[in-house]
Design a protein around this ligand. Structure first.
Ligand SMILES: C[S@@+](CC[C@H](N)C(=O)[O-])C[C@H]1O[C@@H](n2cnc3c(N)ncnc32)[C@H](O)[C@@H]1O
Length: 280
């Protein structure tokens, strides 16, 4: 059914997507109801076509009955694109403006929310080690998607990612060589197991789960972009309450606090790199 350009009515497909999100929440507690619709609808459309469902409602019927189908679908709903030292200027700003303050802490806790397959957490672990803070830091790396967390905890990546990783690493204000932190094998590169020692990978849903306590920094990049404003506001409070006063927050370069009512609980440390600090 074509949607009338001037009406607020939803198409059949869009209504079915709304029902599907309600069903997913009511039956299994996964709450995607406040995600932006454009990306969500694209993912649902792709999922039903890839998995040979005729209609969204057919998927819904199966999903209500079958937890395994639910997990498979949730994995298909999330966008997991990431890279080592993605947007390298972010890490440059961390080195220049955040690390000097972190040095004053005897023990450092950093939360990477929405860490996907782990590259972001390993990038931070490399940076901290280079800055001499590796031994006193613990990184909590979380995601809603258990499958990407499995991959993350292995720390093994395809070598087609290596050139970008090296390039990004160099552009991040690096002090050494990327090869100091990985071993390269047949079509793969492997993160130094020593780096893994201080990283805890665990499942956490930003929509339904609780605060992580007394962090010196929260990094959540390229996740809020999928959330509607209300949900962004709620998650910003979650980050605020998870941070020590003066703790830092890093967002993705396309993300902004500007329209959020609770934005004044943070001050901007670096605008382009989207680094903020909790003020109260
Ligand atoms: C595009 S990736 C970003 C990965 C990494 N932060 C980066 O910037 O390269 C978005 C990640 O957010 C996760 N995500 C989506 N909704 C989430 C939620 N409610 N709670 C926790 N993680 C979520 C997805 O599973 C995905 O791995």
């Amino acid at each position: 059914m074509q949607q009338d350009h001037f009406s607020h009515q939803l198409s059949e497909f869009e209504v079915e997507v709304e029902c599907l999100m309600e069903a997913l929440f009511l039956r299994w507690g996964y709450d995607f109801r406040e995600y932006t619709r454009a990306s969500l609808r694209r993912r649902v459309a792709r999922y039903i076509s890839d998995n040979s469902f005729e209609r969204v409602s057919d998927l819904q019927n199966e999903l209500i009955k079958d937890k395994k189908r639910c997990n498979h679908f949730v994995r298909g709903l999330t966008v997991n694109v990431t890279d080592m030292f993605r947007d390298p200027s972010f890490y440059r700003v961390i080195r220049e403006k955040v690390v000097p303050e972190l040095r004053s802490h005897p023990f450092i806790k950093i939360w990477h929310a929405g860490c996907s397959t782990g590259e972001e957490a390993y990038s931070m672990a490399i940076l901290l080690r280079e800055e001499g803070l590796g031994d006193r830091a613990v990184i909590y790396a979380t995601d809603i998607n258990s499958q990407v967390l499995d991959q993350a905890s292995k720390g093994v990546y395809h070598d087609r990612m290596l050139a970008t990783a090296q390039e990004n690493y160099q552009a991040s204000g690096a002090r050494g060589h990327f090869s100091d932190f990985v071993s390269v094998g047949y079509e793969r590169f492997l993160i130094d197991p020593e780096l893994k020692r201080n990283i805890v990978f665990t499942q956490h849903d930003l929509v339904t789960d609780q605060v992580f306590g007394e962090m010196q920094m929260v990094v959540c990049r390229n996740v809020l972009i999928y959330f509607r404003r209300e949900l962004q506001t709620k998650v910003l409070t979650l980050f605020h309450d998870s941070l020590d006063i003066g703790g830092f927050m890093g967002l993705g370069i396309k993300e902004s606090l500007r329209s959020l009512p609770n934005q004044n609980r943070f001050r901007e440390i670096d605008g382009p790199a989207r680094v903020f600090q909790r003020v109260d």
